[in-house]
Design a protein around this ligand. Structure first.
Ligand code: GAL
Length: 376
């Protein structure tokens, strides 16, 4: 109690110090006041641009460790300059019904919203862990709205691609039916790097759907959308194409980097190539980011190393990727790396790092900056 009041006081003092007017820049790792002077509460977030407005969706966290679970829902903020954020309220509220998939106390992480021009709907996907099941559910939750700020209507949850193998599944994965049970992974602690010879997690989950924890969405220039998700007990990334209405996966998907344990994927496209920035797999604790590139989204991906340089680059400046925002088009396009600095002991106090991405050849490079300067 003492700690939470102190935190609240510090947040207030910091907000007043920054001022509730129109900030010209936001302090990376500091307090980012919204239109009422309260620190923006949109963790693990992502951005949707519609017209000249940016919408920021994220996990609304409360104080203490309980705040890491979904006590309120998914928040939404709007801005025209990426610096002044108006609190638009809760876009998707948790349910008071303990039997609901999105019951209060479930885990709702990394919500992302995309707009479907064919259906005119705003579609939200998020990582969902059912109430009381720890991180074992590994499901996707899906919700829709007619407006960007919601309220979104919860549709359902699922594990992606049930009944289908990945495009690049091997005969090893497909002989699941007659595989000796002792050689199939059935749960427990997963050694890293994973021994692919002993653990056919992909085959194990073929019928019921593939696991999906840390996730993101990406809409390609042709309007097709993809789910990028940490699957197979977090050991292997999957990229899954969505159906035309963006409400499901369409069973076309690939497995990437088996046994590399990438988390927190954030995809973007530049000069016709696809990029991702990810993290290692160490829970809330920061680790070194990774980057990768491909000529085709479902094609061969190659790792390019840690994009961060400078002091604390090996800890992603104490942050973890959540989204890469493209600002502008074509040669004028710029890319903003968005990361969370988690504070799991007091979830509400998590901070944001938004840093520009530069390029050395094809390699993305991220350097620390004290402030985020918006569209400039
Ligand atoms: C991280 C993940 C977060 C959250 C956390 C829980 O690795 O990126 O989104 O799931 O683990 O420990």
């Amino acid at each position: 109690m003492k700690k939470s009041m102190k935190t609240q006081f510090l947040l207030l003092v910091a907000a007043l110090a920054v001022g509730c007017g129109a900030p010209k820049e936001l302090p990376n790792g500091g307090i980012w006041p919204d239109d009422s002077g309260v620190h923006v509460n949109a963790h693990g977030g992502g951005i949707l641009k519609q017209g000249d407005t940016y919408y920021w969706y994220g996990q609304f966290m409360i104080e203490g460790e309980l705040g890491n679970t979904a006590q309120v829902g998914v928040s939404c903020y709007s801005s025209k300059d990426l610096l002044n954020w108006k609190n638009e309220g809760i876009a998707l509220a948790v349910s008071e019904d303990p039997g609901s998939d999105i019951a209060k106390g479930s885990i709702i992480e990394r919500p992302k919203v995309i707009y479907n021009a064919r259906t005119g709907k705003y579609v939200m996907w998020f990582h969902l862990e059912l109430l009381g099941n720890g991180y074992k559910s590994a499901r996707c939750g899906i919700a829709v709205s007619d407006t960007p700020t919601g309220p979104f209507t919860y549709l359902r949850s699922m594990r992606p691609n049930a009944g289908h193998y990945a495009l690049n599944a091997t005969p090893y994965h497909k002989r699941n039916d007659n595989y000796p049970p002792a050689q199939r992974f059935t749960g427990g602690v997963l050694p890293s790097p994973i021994d692919q010879g002993n653990m056919n997690i992909h085959g194990r989950d073929m019928a019921g759907g593939q696991m999906s924890r840390d996730m993101n969405l990406f809409v390609d220039t042709d309007g097709s959308a993809y789910l990028i998700h940490a699957s197979e007990e977090n050991s292997t990334l999957h990229i899954s194409r969505l159906t035309d209405d963006y409400l499901d996966t369409d069973s076309l998907y690939v497995r990437l980097f088996p046994g590399r344990f990438h988390e927190a994927p954030a995809m973007f496209k530049r000069g016709g190539k696809y990029y991702m920035i990810t993290s290692d797999c160490t829970g809330w604790a920061p680790n070194a980011a990774r980057s990768m590139c491909a000529d085709e989204i479902l094609g061969e991906w190659r790792e390019l190393g840690n994009p961060c340089v400078g002091e604390d680059a090996d800890l992603t400046f104490h942050g973890q990727s959540t989204y890469v925002l493209q600002v502008g088009e074509g040669d004028a396009a710029r890319y903003i790396f968005m990361a969370d600095r988690w504070t799991p002991e007091n979830a509400i106090d998590g901070r944001y790092l938004w840093l520009p991405i530069s390029f050395e050849g094809e390699r993305p490079v991220i350097r620390w900056q004290d402030t985020f300067c918006g569209l400039k």
